[in-house]
Each structure stands twice: as structure tokens, then as C-alpha cells.
Design a protein around this ligand. Sequence first.
Ligand SMILES: Cc1cc2nc3c(=O)[nH]c(=O)nc-3n(C[C@H](O)[C@H](O)[C@H](O)COP(=O)(O)O)c2cc1C
Length: 245
Amino acid sequence: MMINKMTFKEIVEARRSIRKFDTEHAFKHETVEKALRLALLSPNSSNLQTWEFYRVKSADKLKLLSEACLNQGAARTASEMVVFVSRQDLWKQRANWNAQQIKNKIGERTELTKREKRGIHYYESMMKLFYDNSLWPLNSIIRQLVLAWRVVNGKPMMRFTRRNDSKVVSNKSLAIAAQTFMLAMKDQDYDTCPMEGFDSVWVRKILNLPKSADVSIIVVCGKGLPEGVTNERLRLSYDEVVFDV
Ligand SMILES: Cc1cc2nc3c(=O)[nH]c(=O)nc-3n(C[C@H](O)[C@H](O)[C@H](O)COP(=O)(O)O)c2cc1C
């Protein structure tokens, strides 16, 4: 049994985007499940978990998907690919799920705590203001009016009026989950490459996803070859991008 002695710092430092994997390696697919289980613990917006993860393992699907990934070397040699999909369209279902978790805790009790009342109100009513697009463009107009009212009264408010704003929210959570996943793979001595270089319409078709699903990022996985590291790790200096205010 391999005992991994890497510290968190070492894992972060060792992770690189790998462009060529060992196609002869007997990849342990169970490591992907372990890493995804950790990715599910990632922080996510309002705990809505508007995400889905599609594991692609079969040779024929991997070939199709690597074509959709513009035949990039990392995709062509990957042992497994995980497609991180944003399902912002499922916001209502997931909001109801969260409200239900609070109600399950309450059970038969008739006296609700302030926190419980606030939680149920948030998931059952407040969410609609931000995510409900069923009466578009009326939803946007309502949001703009609420925003204008807050601004006139000198109050802050999330500038959240367009349909694309909720798309961004969901994709942020997926990006965080992808990072948890990649570090968890590295912790198990495997390598990854995150990809946005793909044709999303092709990917949706290959995975049979509805139009409302948004392919966020594809993480290709495998045993990295030394030549899979194609460039030096260059970063702007700390002082150029970090500001004490
Ligand atoms: C959102 C995102 C999309 C990326 N898309 C691709 C891609 O399509 N193909 C690729 O080879 N690398 C892709 N990368 C990897 C970056 O090029 C890489 O992270 C960057 O050059 C830094 O290198 P490092 O990951 O080895 O530290 C992507 C990274 C991110 C975060």
C-alpha cells in the first residue's frame, strides 16, 4: 500500500496541468470517486449545489469527448475525464431541498427559531428574486426596480439583474469544486488538466444533456508523464497582485 506523505502545501505545489498522460498505466478509477466525494464538500453558493459531474471512462466516449476538446493532447491521452456541469436551471429544486432539510430538523415542533424561519424564507421566497426567470423580462425589471430602490436609499445590494448573473454564480462554485477535485487527485498521486477548450454543444450532445445545462469545465485525469509538463510554472509576484488595504 502506498502511503502518501505529501503535506497540503506540497500537494498544491506539485499539482500541474499535465498535457500528456501515460496511456499504458492501469488507472485506478476509484481514485476519481474518492476525489469527487471530497469535491462535493466544496463551498458553493447558498448551498444550492447546482452542479452535476459526469465521469467518462469508456474508450469510445473518451475518443468522442477528446474530439470535442479540440483533440488537445491531454484529452487524447486521458484515462478518465470528468465533466463539471452547471445546473443553475435546477435552482428551484435545490432550494426546495434546502428548505426541506430545515423542515426535517424542525419535525413536529411548532416553535421555530429565528434562524429556521429565516432559512425557510430565504430558500422559499428570497431565492425567487435572484433566480426566477420564468416571467422574463419581467423578472429583470423587478430586480432592477428593487436595486434602484436600494441604491436611492444608500443601501447595498447584489447587482444581480441579468440572466447571465446567475450563470456566473453557479460556475464560480463549479470552479471551486474542480480545484478541490484536482488537489484530491494529486493527493492520490494522479494528475489532471482543467479545460475550457472544448465545444460545449458537442459535449452536451455526447453526454445527452439538456440545453439548459451549462458545461463549465472538463478535468482530464491520468498518470502524468514527465514530458506532460510543457512549461515552466510562471506566476506574477505576490506584490503585483496582492494588496493590503
Ligand atoms: C478555467 C481554466 C481553463 C483551462 N483550459 C485549458 C485548456 O483548455 N487546455 C489546457 O491545456 N490547459 C487549460 N488550462 C490550464 C492552464 O493553462 C494552467 O492552469 C496554467 O497555464 C497554469 O499552469 P499550472 O496549472 O500547471 O500551474 C485551464 C485552466 C483553467 C483554470
